[in-house]
Design a protein around this ligand. Structure first.
Ligand code: ATM
Length: 254
């Protein structure tokens, strides 16, 4: 109880006001090549068929400014020979700056409108990549992250776990999509994977670990089971279903 009062007071001191959120934020996490993006798209289709309003988004990115920050963060030095190396602290600040834009302009409004927001990476990626991978201070990252998210945390996180070697091999098949972080060492990606697993162990109710090795069809079945069970158990009444007319319109626009 004292803990809650303390953080609430700190929130007010930082100018953070708690907002009424009707929707649900579900985040997709994992090392590169874990298959999370494919699964996010499939789940979005499924949930829309179930009648939910769904917003698909990603980090870093999701707004015009955040997408510009993404370009800076992920461009490989080879493409910009005069670009100086990005420091770990600069990388963290850029990611958190992009998150602030994304939370304020996309995620919060969607949650207030009663949507299910499916986000490809969120705070856990910062703790895994910048905390465990780059070895920046985790407590400092958590504090800074709170400022960017206004205290918003996912209701459910799906962590797609694959061995690093498998993930990187899958990524290399799509050489055009290689980004600056893909060129990090195997050891770096191992630290990131360990970070994700440690975060999952610390928050077992929120983070559901899913084996990312089987065929995507098989993984999708597991994802659907986990998410439907979660939605049945939680605040589905607060989610605003899409009306029949809206559904027809959405269908036509696709
Ligand atoms: P995707 O390839 O999943 O879109 O992610 C882009 C990169 O952003 C990913 N790099 N690799 N390889 C991880 C990185 N990233 C962070 O380092 N910290 C973060 O907080 C986020 C959201 C992404």
């Amino acid at each position: 109880m004292r803990e809650i009062c303390h953080s609430d007071l700190r929130g007010r001191l930082m100018g953070v006001r708690r907002k009424q959120r009707n929707g649900i934020l579900i985040t997709f996490e994992g090392v590169e090549g874990s298959g999370k993006t494919t699964q996010l798209r499939r789940l979005a289709t499924l949930l829309r068929q179930d009648g939910y309003r769904v917003v698909e988004t990603r980090e870093p990115g999701g707004t015009v400014i955040a997408e510009r920050i993404r370009e800076v963060l992920l461009s490989t030095p080879g493409r910009h020979p005069v670009m100086e190396p990005l420091t770990a602290a600069c990388e963290a600040h850029l990611i958190l700056a992009a998150r602030s834009q994304h939370v304020t302009h996309v995620i919060e409004p969607a949650l207030q409108a009663g949507s299910i927001v499916l986000c490809d990476r969120f705070s856990d990626s910062t703790f895994a990549y910048q905390g465990y991978g780059r070895e920046l201070d985790l407590a400092a990252l958590q504090e800074m992250n709170r400022l960017s998210t206004n205290g918003l945390e996912p209701s459910l996180t799906l962590l797609f776990d694959v061995p690093v070697a498998t993930g990187l091999m899958r990524r290399r098949k799509f050489a055009m999509e290689q980004n600056r972080l893909d060129h990090e060492t195997h050891d770096f990606h191992e630290k990131v994977r360990k970070g994700f697993l440690a975060l999952a162990a610390r928050a077992p109710r929120r983070v559901k670990k899913i084996d990312g090795l089987p065929h995507p069809e098989t993984v999708a079945v597991t994802v659907a089971e986990v998410v439907r069970a979660f939605l049945t158990k939680t605040r589905t009444k607060r989610l605003r279903p899409v009306t029949h007319t809206q559904r027809l319109r959405l269908h036509r626009n696709r």
